[in-house]
Design a protein around this ligand. Structure first.
Ligand code: HEM
Length: 441
């Protein structure tokens, strides 16, 4: 048999979670091998990290398809993932360096009646860490977990007995005009977003979690993303050359976060204090864009390219004046400009917390679905659009419904993948992300 079996996975994860004991008694070897502590973000918190955390420079976003047979196995996976993520965020190896397999590890988990020969994966599968970030600080690593619709219902089946607990807000995203979603880059039962100030640290975290999940879940799609360096005090630019992130609800305003980001009393108890993430891989026709005059590019967004100021304004922080007209009576910020269509003022006050990253997968001359007839593009590059919100129906969906139909930018971008996931609140030390979903009676 290649790879650990599901039973092996459960034994391994239960053992790993028990063995890690979260903060309890790390083995000596573990302490010796741990990475030097640099900048860290807290892991155990009321909310998961990576949502209102000041944006790191890199992300690795992955979704997983579950192969686990039971809800208990999914809960064991979340327990193991939580323990490993807490360790990684603190700059430790993903799992404690246990040395030779402790006989206790090989013991059947409580309630298992399968006899003595429980097949625990060998030393390779139980290795504490793949090692490529040893010697590196945590680089402000955060790991944010989400649950897709497939955890609750798959092919019409309530496969884990959780269907009744699916939040109303975890809808199936509608197909928007212009969507060219590729099945292989869309959806997933679970999402994991690692963010860090180093790309290897972000990738490493997801890689450890994928390894730990063997037999219970496997990666469906993944996308690495980046932001430019050395712009910490300034809004970073996306690959179209525009400052991206100017207008966003303030993460320092708890009232705004409560109103627009954190799920409240309308949500099932297990989701309160959580948030919903929409991720979209948006490919840009950069060759096409690069042939456009700057003035046209500015019309497209309704902002100046270099300063980031709204058209008609002077500096980036000026609020866009959506009523201002030119001498001919036409709007200075065009009716189909991105910022007009996306603004809260034109969307019934809808707001989302955007945390986008650029992506660059090289060039792609072969994609069957690309380029659409009206564009030419060989770069497989664009925006990994990520936004968090209290309810996607009054957030992303409400805003994007209009953008998808009317946005002038649509001739340069195409949505080719993504998903919607319910991100539960944070966990207390010793608990795990999503615990209240699985343990609720
Ligand atoms: C490749 C795709 C996209 C690019 C390049 C892009 C770029 C931009 C830029 C440059 C701005 C102006 C600066 C700022 O306020 O951050 C902006 C604003 C905004 N975008 Fe996008 N965006 C994209 C997709 C989306 C999508 C899919 C949504 C949501 C459904 C969205 C929602 C918004 C919102 C809410 C604003 C603020 C509008 C305001 O109140 O002024 N964007 N975007």
């Amino acid at each position: 048999m290649s790879g650990p079996s599901r039973r092996g996975f459960l034994a391994a994860t239960v053992a790993a979670a028990a063995g890690s004991g979260i903060a309890a008694r790390p083995a000596v070897a573990d302490t010796a091998m741990k990475r030097p502590v640099g900048d860290t973000e807290p892991f155990w918190d009321a909310h998961q990290g990576g949502i209102v955390t000041p944006s790191q420079r890199y992300t690795y976003f992955a979704t997983f398809d579950l192969t686990a047979a039971t809800g208990d196995e999914v809960a064991a996976l979340m327990r193991a993932w939580t323990a490993a993520s807490a360790r990684l965020a603190a700059g430790q190896t993903a799992q404690p360096l246990a040395g030779p397999l402790d006989p206790a590890v090989a013991r059947s988990p409580a309630g298992h009646k399968g006899g003595a020969s429980y097949d625990v994966p060998g030393a390779a599968a139980m290795a504490a860490d793949t090692g490529e970030v040893l010697g590196m600080p945590p680089e402000r690593l955060t790991v944010t977990f989400g649950f897709g619709a497939g955890l609750f219902t798959k092919d019409g089946k309530d496969r884990y007995g959780l269907a009744a607990r699916r939040p109303a807000a975890l809808v199936d995203l509608p197909k928007f005009p212009g969507d060219e979603l590729v099945e292989a880059h869309t959806g997933g039962d679970l999402s994991v977003q690692a963010c860090a100030d180093d790309p290897q640290v972000a990738f490493h975290a997801v890689r450890q979690l994928a390894r730990i999940a063997a037999g219970a879940a496997s990666i469906r799609w993944a996308q690495a993303g980046f932001l430019p360096h050395r712009v910490r005090q300034e809004t970073p630019r996306n690959l179209l050359g525009f400052k991206d992130g100017t207008v966003n609800p303030s993460v320092n305003d708890p009232k705004a976060m409560q109103e627009f980001v954190w799920a409240g009393s309308e949500a099932p108890a297990w989701m309160r204090g959580g948030s919903y993430v929409v991720a979209r891989r948006i490919r840009m026709a950069l060759e096409h864009w690069d042939r456009m005059p700057v003035a046209f590019q500015e019309q497209t967004f309704g902002r100046h390219k270099y300063s980031g100021a709204p058209l008609g304004g002077k500096v980036e922080s000026d609020p866009p004046d959506l009523q201002a007209k030119d001498k001919d009576g036409n709007f200075i910020i065009a009716e189909n400009a991105h910022v007009r269509l996306a603004a809260a003022a034109t969307n019934g006050s809808a707001q989302i917390l955007r945390r986008p990253f650029s992506y660059n997968n090289g060039v792609d001359f072969t994609a069957e679905r690309w380029p659409p007839w009206h564009q030419g593009s060989e770069y497989d590059a664009g925006l990994l659009f990520i936004c968090y919100q209290r309810d996607p129906r009054s957030g992303f969906i409400r805003i994007f419904e209009r953008l998808a139909k009317f946005d002038m930018m649509n001739q340069f971008v195409t949505h080719v993948g993504g998903g919607l996931f319910a991100c539960p609140p944070g966990a207390v030390a010793g608990g795990f992300i999503g615990q209240h979903l699985f343990e609720q009676t």
